[in-house]
Design a protein around this ligand. Sequence first.
Ligand code: CMC
Length: 396
Amino acid sequence: MSETVTKVEITTTGKVIQSPCGPIIHGLEDVLVKTTAISDIDGRKGILWYRGYNINDLAKYSNFEETAYLIFNGRLPTRTELESFKSMLAKERDLPDEVVSTIRVLAPRAHPMHVLEAAVAGLAAFDPDINDNSPEANFRKAVRLTAKLPSIIAAHYRFSRKLDYIRPKESLAHSANFLYMMFGQEPDSTSAKAIDLYLVLHIDHEVPASTFATLVSISTWTDLYSAIVSGIATLKGPLHGGANEAAMKQYLEIGSPEKARPYVEKLLGEGKRLMGVGHRVYKAYDPRAKIYKELVRELSQSKGNMTYYNIASEVEAVVLEKLASKGLYPNIDFWSGIAMYLLGIPYEYYTPIFAMSRVVGWSAHAMEYLNQHRLFRPRACYVGPHDVPYVPIEKR
Ligand code: CMC
């Protein structure tokens, strides 16, 4: 078989692959796939805007519910609108018993990201708007998904530890309710703030792989639940949502601040990658990472454990010294895993919590794309043989 395949020379120049059919933009780097008014990134200067608002202002003054309203509606809510949106979210938090039972069965053996995919697909069966792709119905579905993702994650945490599912409390804010459903206690304000800020910082980020996967799905006119399952599945990879977990494991492996420099130098010397460093778009310090670094410092102080903040600070110093000239800086995952760790959240929940926030951005982009819809259907450059004679099995 192999002798019939023509060998084709494929060379890569930067982000372009020279193929026999013409240039291929490797990984679609810098290829524009849609217009958007949801978020914008200046990768050179390290600036992020949601709906025109600088992330620094939203991180300082806003919260998850208000920022979600902004992402969905394109403007900040009045007090009455915000109260009504919060109450809509709070009322939609609980899960159908059938979905709770599915999570109970799967949780002891399945990764929470796989359970998130399965539970979101399962929830589709209970949504009265499932086959309606109108903007109004998609907004209602997006609200339900945003409200229910934390409950799925908390249920997985409880069932995989042989604990009971805790029903949501409508009186609590989105982030505080999530920690309550995980641990069975209302969190202190610093812990709730750590989750809330994390959610604000992750709510949207233009078109990374998971948002693109959501767009490819919705471009076929599938339903929003299916498109969100694509987003979750794509977020799971360590080059995307999984890097916060990998970064935290690095700090644990380093163990103490004085071991950070030799560890990083050895790793880079072996041509390996530091997790939580580098970004396809940011060639400056990720603005989300700058904001979250400060929160991690405050949280570390309040928990009386500065070890991982200090280790990360040492790693950061080496990164700035050795990698910044190549446009490689700490990204949000460099710091966020430490906060999750200090909150007592096991590694496998770090990426699901990312999804809990990004579901807003995925849904908003899917709805926006339906207004400028065209089916995604790229081409591939075929480099195999044609017209190979079929040989019956007994003669092979
Ligand atoms: N550590 C060391 N070197 C790196 C790193 C890193 N983390 N990231 C990139 N490089 C080097 C890479 O080796 C290459 O060097 P050279 O030109 O000498 O071969 C150069 O930088 C360009 O790398 P690339 O893979 O072409 O860059 P990319 O745009 O495809 O990569 C990335 C982006 C995020 C996949 C990559 O930086 C990476 O693997 N980082 C670690 C994983 C990580 O932290 N991911 C979280 C991303 S932020 C969260 C999110 O938005 O999802």
